[in-house]
Structures are given as C-alpha cells and as structure tokens.
Design a protein around this ligand. Structure first.
Ligand SMILES: NC(=O)c1ccc[n+]([C@@H]2O[C@H](COP(=O)([O-])OP(=O)(O)OC[C@H]3O[C@@H](n4cnc5c(N)ncnc54)[C@H](OP(=O)(O)O)[C@@H]3O)[C@@H](O)[C@H]2O)c1
Length: 251
C-alpha cells in the first residue's frame, strides 16, 4: 500500500482526504490511500514517520507549516525561500519539504492582478495581507514575484508591518487587493471576520480569502456588500493539491 496523508492539529473537516481519495479512485490506484494524522504537537512527527509503513507523501496544514521544517532531511529551494512547507516527499525514510501553496496562490491571484492596475498607469495597486503564518509567507512570495507592494497585518508588532488597530480607512483606500490568510471566518466560526473598516471598500477593490469553508465567508460578504470583486479559497486549494500530486508522482 502506498500511503499519503495530511498532518495538522485539528483535521475534522479535511478537503484533502476527499480530494485525493477521489483522485486515486478515478486513476484506478487501488493500492493508494490518503489518511488524516492529527498531531497534538509537531514533536510527534518523527514517531509518525517511524510507525507508518508505506508512507510516500504528506501534506501539512495549520499550525505546522513552519515548525515542521527542522524535522525534515531536505528542503526544496522554493520552500526554503518561502520559509513554509505544505508538502513532504518520503523516500526510503528520507524526507524533503516543498511548498505548493505558492503555485496554488499564483493560480488564484494572476487573473486578479490585471484589474488592479489603473488603465494608463504603470503603478500597480498595493496589497494588504492579513495574518503572518505559513500561508501568508507563500502569499508574500508570490506578491514579491509579481512586483506588487504589500503590507502584512499581524496581532504582533514583530511579525507584521501593521497591527489591526492601524488599519484605518486610508490604508484600505490605498490597498486595493486585500488577502485574508488568517483562519477568521472558517467553519464552524462562520460569523467571524477580520476586523477592518469595511465601509472604505469600493468597486475598485479585490478581496481574496484563503479560507475555503464556507466558500463565501463573512469577509467576502462584506466585500460583495460594497461592490468589491471577491475570490474564495477553493481554487487555490485544488491547485495546491494538484501540485502536491505532481511532485509525489515525479519523485
Ligand atoms: N485555500 C488554500 O489552499 C489554503 C492554503 C493554505 C491555508 N489556507 C487557510 O489559510 C488559513 C491560515 O493557514 P496557515 O497555514 O497560514 O495558518 P497559520 O500558520 O496558523 O497562520 C495563520 C495566521 O493567522 C493569524 N491569526 C490566527 N488566529 C487569528 C485571530 N484569531 N485573529 C487574527 N489573526 C489570527 C496569525 O497571524 P499573526 O500571529 O501575525 O496575528 C497566524 O499566524 C487557514 O484557514 C487555512 O485553512 C488555505
């Protein structure tokens, strides 16, 4: 049996297991399976590797994308540049970390970028990235690559450029691309949303939420209410899963 799976702290509503189980079924890979491995602490990772025969690959989710890195034997250069891992190849007990959130977010954002540039102006809009965790690092990598200037909003002064209380209507007017990389609004806490001065949003704004469950979060509903363009996280989720599968197949 070739085993794949997902590590994270709470995995009750995993998209990945359904996605890969269906992918293996369609590809007639009856000897492949995808399981959920809940780890209360990342210190349990070495025991998981040791005690799971046939393990070929893992995805990594909240909150271990950064803390798993010291436990890996190798790091792909892109994952090293991002500073976060969401895909692991296991080959004869040796582990290599990759980041497919970059490919996933790129697929999501590239279509939105054109609409953010004023016609006749070479100046691209600025972005506001909410949260500073593993997914935020992948988002920051792609924005840098696309030449989009951005600021990170964090609860901590050390991890971001702005704290939440500093995000006033002027900041929101300047930053016409707003990307939520926090878990705020994720099922079951669907009545939560990042605390922003939403009244400053206009039809010229684009809101991207990495949260994919529900498909339309309260954050995105606020955007719709002010005429903004909104993009949910499901497209990124599928694109990063497909990229993981490509890496596992090729290695
Ligand atoms: N659609 C996709 O393909 C995709 C891919 C990756 C992640 N995601 C989603 O993105 C979210 C974040 O994932 P992640 O792996 O980056 O998680 P993470 O490493 O735990 O980071 C989340 C960040 O959000 C901020 N945050 C957490 N709780 C908060 C709260 N109550 N209020 C304000 N800020 C809070 C924190 O930043 P500060 O410490 O700076 O405040 C934290 O570092 C999850 O919902 C995940 O499901 C989706």
């Amino acid at each position: 049996m070739q085993r794949y799976g997902l590590i994270g702290r709470k995995l009750g509503h995993s998209f990945s297991r359904k996605y890969f189980t269906e992918l293996f079924r369609k590809a007639k890979l009856a000897d492949h399976c995808y399981d959920l491995f809940e780890l209360a602490d990342i210190g349990e990772f070495p025991a998981l590797l040791r005690d799971t025969p046939g393990l070929r690959g893992l995805n990594v989710t909240v909150p271990y994308k950064e803390t798993v890195i010291p436990y890996l034997d190798h790091l792909d250069p892109l994952a090293a540049a991002v500073g976060a891992v969401n895909t692991i190849v296991v080959d004869q007990g040796r582990t290599t970390g990759y980041n497919t959130d970059v490919a996933g977010f790129r697929a999501l954002v590239e279509g939105a970028v054109g609409s953010l540039t004023d016609p006749g102006s070479a100046i691209k809009a600025r972005a506001l990235v909410l949260g500073s965790g593993g997914a935020s690092r992948a988002v920051a990598y792609v924005l840098r690559d696309l030449g989009i200037r951005f600021r990170v909003v964090s609860r901590s002064r050390e991890r971001g450029d702005l704290t939440w209380d500093q995000v006033d209507p002027t900041v929101l007017r300047v930053c016409r691309l707003v990307i939520n990389t926090t878990p705020l609004g994720m099922f079951p806490r669907v009545d939560e949303a990042p605390p922003l001065p939403y009244a400053a949003l206009t039809a010229g704004h684009t809101l991207i939420d990495l949260v994919y469950n529900p498909e339309e979060t309260l954050f995105l509903k606020h955007g719709v209410g002010h005429g903004a363009r909104t993009i949910g996280g499901l497209g990124m989720l599928k694109a990063q899963a497909d990229e993981s599968w490509r890496i596992w197949r090729e290695r």
